[in-house]
Ligand binder design. Structure first.
Ligand SMILES: [Mg+2]
Length: 266
């Protein structure tokens, strides 16, 4: 972990506050649909947006992530940056990066395959997005066997259609083979709002790119703070690159409250 003054970033304007959802603002739930924001988060986000540009950046589809947070006036960045919306998608236009459209059908065929061929795995959940989706095996009785079967089934067809498979906590994602990740998305968002300071918080493998991007931005004179929410299975690499580590979602929410208090005091 690097040492620096964690809250110097909060004096920067424009300021961007960017949060992952699952495992960061909401405790990990048995199924994605069962996940809810931790109590108090909605109000804290509403307060934060008075002082900063606030974005939600998630691996979930943008509509899904936005429905979960449901606070107007935030930017919702979904599918790791593939799609975004300045405001709630129910009332604002969702943008999809143009290069992605060619992969909609091939990715759907891969997810169809998972649904058809792996239906005997109890608790398997296929979650679809505008492009690609996620196969969750958190509820499978034998998680390791489920993982092996998912990979074995999808690896070759993914290769043939140039789709990418990426693994997260008890899930395999089907992704368009584009240079889209949370780091790239963070860089674009910071440019979009012309931020001079950026706070990013996340907890999982796909957040690593954004954590690293805060260091790149710092080298370009943009103050950055990378917060990692620690769970029992957090990647050591992620912790190592964090500027600040908080314990579980309650620790993150407590920090968010401190951040909002500091913003309000200036
Ligand atoms: Mg997460």
């Amino acid at each position: 972990m690097t040492t620096h003054q964690p809250f110097a970033v909060l004096t920067k304007r424009p300021l961007a506050l960017v949060f992952d959802i699952d495992g960061t603002l909401s405790p990990i739930a048995p199924t994605p649909d069962a996940a809810r924001l931790y109590p108090g988060v909605t109000d804290l986000l509403k307060q934060a947006r008075q002082y900063a540009h606030v974005a939600i950046m998630t691996g979930r589809a943008v509509a899904d992530g936005a429905a979960m947070v449901n606070v107007e006036g935030l930017t919702y960045i979904g599918t790791h940056g593939l799609e975004w919306c300045d405001g709630l998608p129910t009332t604002h236009t969702v943008h999809l990066i143009p290069e992605a459209t060619a992969y909609i059908d091939p990715a759907n065929r891969l997810l169809d395959l998972a649904e058809q061929q792996l239906s005997d795995i109890p608790g398997l959940i296929v979650q679809r997005k505008q492009v690609g989706g996620t196969v969750h095996y958190r509820l499978a009785p034998d998680a390791e066997q489920a993982r092996t079967r998912i990979i074995a089934l999808l690896e070759e067809p993914a290769r043939q259609t140039h789709l990418r498979l990426s693994e997260g906590k008890r899930m395999v994602e089907v992704l368009a083979p584009l240079n889209i990740n949370k780091g790239e998305a963070l860089r674009r968002y910071v440019a979009h709002v012309q931020a001079q300071g950026v706070v990013f918080a996340g907890d999982d493998r796909t957040d690593m790119d954004a954590v690293i991007e805060t260091a790149h931005l710092r080298a370009q004179g943009i103050e950055g703070l990378a917060i990692v929410v620690q769970h029992e299975d957090t990647l050591p690499d992620l912790l190592e690159h964090a500027d600040l580590v908080v314990e579980e979602v309650p620790g993150m929410v407590q920090l968010l409250r401190t951040i909002v208090t500091q913003l309000a005091a200036h």
